[in-house]
Design a binder for this molecule. Sequence first.
Ligand SMILES: [Zn+2]
Length: 180
Amino acid sequence: MRYIAAPWRADYVRRGPTTKRCIFCEALKNGDDRAAAVVWRGRHNFILLNRFPYTPGHLMISPKRHLADFAKAGVAERNELAELIQRALRILGRAYGPQGFNAGMNLGASAGAGVTGHYHLHIVPRWAGDSNFMPLVGGTRVFIEDLDTTYQKLRPLFDQERRRRERAGRATRRATTPSR
Ligand SMILES: [Zn+2]
């Protein structure tokens, strides 16, 4: 049986049980976004590349605060998460043109979470047949793309989005500022 519906389980299998350090808090503290593979820093959440991608463009969206239980996320945190899911899907669609996506969370070790202390939502671009090769190559990924190549592809698209939003924000402020 293959866990096609939850491909990020492979991440857990390869790395083994949880480690002490929190990779999300470490990425957030890292001042070098490229080294930390962070493509977006929002107000409450951030987006980073998965270092063991199931397919190229495998992203994770995570809250800035160290929080294990998504049920305890605040309104602003979860609203921004929904917005970032849309943004990530849009950008991955433009960058990779996948035929589909998996988007979801593993909450708790028994659910397959590699990092249990800090919840994160995986977004995995999918293509028909992308998992069929796995038995043939002994678990090695079919689509290989260097992490830095993925970063160089996606970061400019997120930056474009940020500039577009900033321009829209300025236009809105101008439009709502009363003039004499
Ligand atoms: Zn953390």
